[in-house]
Design a protein around this ligand. Sequence first.
Ligand code: H79
Length: 609
Amino acid sequence: MHIRTRPLRRLVVGAALGALLLAGGGPVAAAKPPPRPAAGPGTNHATDDPFTASRTSWWRQDRFGMFIHFGAYANLEGEYTRPDGTVCRNAEWIQRECAIPKAEYEKQAATFNPSAFDAEAIVKAAKDAGQRYIVITSKHHDGYAMWPTKQNTWNLRDHSSFDPHRDLLAELKKAADAAGIKLGFYYSIWDWHDPDFADPATFPRYRKRMYGQLKELIDHYDPALLWFDGEWDADNPTNRWSRRDGAALQAYLHGLKPGLIVNNRVGKREVVDGDFGTPEQEIPAEPVDGQLWESCMTLNDHWGFAKYDTHWKSPATVVHNLLDVASRGGNYLLNVGPDRLGRIPQPSVDRLREVGRWLGSGGRGDAVYGAGHTGLVADPSWGAVSRRDDELYAAVTSWPGTGGSLHLTAKGPFEITAARVLGSSQRVAVTRAGDGFDLTPSGATPDPLAGVIRLTIRPPAAAPVGEGTGLTARSWANDSFTGPPAAVGVDPTVNKSYRFDGSPDPTIPADHFATRWTGTLQPRYDETYTLTTVSDDTVRLWIDGRQVIDGSVPHGARVDKATVALKAGHRHRIRIDYTERTGEAHLKLLWSSPGQEQQIVPRSQLYAD
Ligand code: H79
């Protein structure tokens, strides 16, 4: 939002445009300004900061979710016997990878009858595991809809042997609501079944049906989240999903449900796409720069049910993964693949229950729920450390032998005032040692999966929350900062997603503009901060007159970082020069430090000239 605090000096082009609009018809005498546009010049599509918005609050706290891959492919249970008798194995990609003819895949789907799908049992399995949200495939790449969509007949009601009076997604929604579990839907953009998908001439027809299906999902099941996939460039069938398609879809969804959380595959999986990044089958070594994130992972080696796959992860591995993820500020979405009748495999249920037992005893969940990354300590080799308020949770996956200790490397100035092992009465001796602390527990690990030592800390001294109102923003209708600015105001935060059609002001067109932010930046800690910009097309950042980021060669969405020693309460001069040439436009300013988790630099710490 661009708040004007000073009279504007409009460019001639702006005045001419205004005259043109007036001449275009309508009551000229109307004195009221037109409502702010939802698109076009003057629009910023970044409506909030996902790192701190109430919209994303549940998701940031909950940390642990259940992914469910269930579709017509489950009916084959991972094996396809070709006409020549040979067997081809896969799971949710079986139609494509085993080259099953379309007619044949349709024929097998007609016998799909997940009569044993028990929404309450599934929700209970998630709840027992300590999972607080569920994301289920509403439609995978095979295009088969798991609800009675009105857009086509390639769905569970119209093309199966399932009870036509049942609706799995409605059943799951009801059970999830009753248990206080959030429900979201996976939806594949890439569609192998719809004949209109691959051809640019017919794609608009597909898109209309896709928008129709997404509206059905939102209207009928009110999902908390949409998890897109299949956005990448692909052949067989050709996938031309573009960044422009992604921007339009995100705006459409936002219009349908402003509180919706959406993953980055709604666009092209870039740092500016959606609300969160989606590392798949991997855990990033550090917090992901510039965006929230969630690692999705299988419990064996397949997403969909594969009857031959017994390569299950151990409960210890799952717990360790969850602890690693939480300590880096991410979420963990752990998959189950129900069988042809809709039952979660027993080995999955058993493992989930064991993970839940671990999380639910001794208050160990505090190391995960509502906990996040801390820069106060280095990642230890013996486990992972998360922070929740003024407590650190040292999750120990290799507990020391008798008398042995665990070293904690401190990266910021803090004290440990108390230490205890959760779910155990043993004592922990804390001594200063080398670059940090040694923790010496008096006994053996309280649990074979992992033990958690809760450390109460006196955090680094913080200056009070500031009284800033944002930075001065001057914007030009050219990309060279030439002449008088077209708009001057104060921006509470530097958090802009103009995308393709927006700009800083209705008088500034969507291409070839520039903004210069100036004022002061007031940190709350005496620490080395990492200042992060997410930019498209160019950015330059100065702190106290020294240039620390130079992204002046035009580029697509990109992250730049600078480390700068700042002084608590001191007001450091800041200047950001940003330009948009053509295409998409984005610019965000974030910070993090040992005492401060990554966030958009808040308004209270920014002061205008
Ligand atoms: O829905 C799950 C997967 O089906 C989907 N994303 C998760 C959440 C996914 N799509 N692609 N990939 C995962 C990675 C791509 C792997 C591929 Fe292949 C290698 C595609 C073709 C070769 C995997 C292996 C699928 C077929 C063989």
